[in-house]
Design a protein around this ligand. Structure first.
Ligand code: ATP
Length: 240
């Protein structure tokens, strides 16, 4: 039953000291769904992803994974339960090789055969990563580093991939390639929650999306509905 949410967020609140960055949001994600979170700088998108991954603690509300509350678990236990984050800026270890970077994604796993099989899957999905395997990650192009970051997250064998601005700083053709990879990932049943500054692109590829503004979700709908919504067009798609 893939209509049942794999991840559900209820009334999530997050504050940094006195600054309320997320002010009680609700969202959900089903198996195999590609859902995006769009909105202006400072809307609270990155904070939301980091809170789901357990990198930032929440100040109220619930995070349910397959109906079970996980909102107080440390990040490594959420990773083991299938929530993997590809952070803003990619979080690559620049002095390690590509291979070493990939293996950090599997550090919570106890099944070396499974990890070896998943490495082969990552190579099939991201051939460039295989070509660069023994190179120091800091010498790769931005697009290649993004692929390593995605490959590393896939090595935790996630059910939910939390992707923060994968297109940032990349040329259009490279962005296109990254989005093809994201699409291929969801075909395997994985759910992806995508934070994107490039609202147009995000809405084109997403089944559903949430618009965030000032720590709140102000609009939600299918990618197509939001693409044709006049409020979205003027505020986020750069139209007059
Ligand atoms: P961006 O696209 O720029 O990352 P965003 O929508 O992801 O924007 P957040 O980065 O989540 O927004 O920021 C939400 C709010 O929280 C902003 O007002 C920001 O200044 C504040 N904020 C974010 N990180 C911190 C932090 N570590 N300490 C204090 N305030 C923070």
């Amino acid at each position: 039953d893939n209509a049942r949410p794999i991840l559900e967020v209820r009334n999530l609140q997050v504050a940094y000291g006195g600054i309320q960055a997320v002010k009680g949001i609700d969202l959900h994600l089903c198996e195999g769904e590609l859902v995006s979170l769009i909105g202006a700088n400072g809307a609270g998108k990155t904070t939301t992803l980091n809170t789901l991954a357990g990198v930032v603690p929440h100040g109220g509300g619930e995070i349910l994974h397959r109906g079970e509350e996980i909102g107080r678990l440390p990040s490594h236990l959420r990773l083991r339960r299938g929530l993997a984050l590809v952070p803003e800026g990619r979080g690559i270890f620049t002095r390690l090789t590509v291979e070493e970077n990939l293996l950090t994604g599997a550090y919570t796993r106890r099944d070396p055969e499974g990890v070896a099989a998943d490495i082969e899957k990552v190579f099939a999905l991201l051939p460039r990563v295989k070509e660069r395997l023994h190179q120091t990650a800091g010498t790769l192009s931005g697009g290649e580093q993004q692929m390593v970051a995605i490959g590393r997250a896939l090595l935790s064998r996630p059910q939910v991939l939390l992707l923060d601005e994968p297109s940032m700083g990349l040329a259009p053709l490279v962005v296109e390639k990254i989005f093809e990879v994201i699409h291929a990932i969801t075909r395997d049943g994985m759910a992806v929650l995508l934070v994107e500054q490039n609202a147009n692109l995000a809405l084109e590829v997403s089944e559903r999306a949430y618009v965030m503004d000032g720590g709140r979700i102000t609009l939600t709908g299918t990618g197509r509905q939001l693409l044709s919504d006049p409020k979205v067009r003027s505020a986020y798609l750069g139209e007059e």
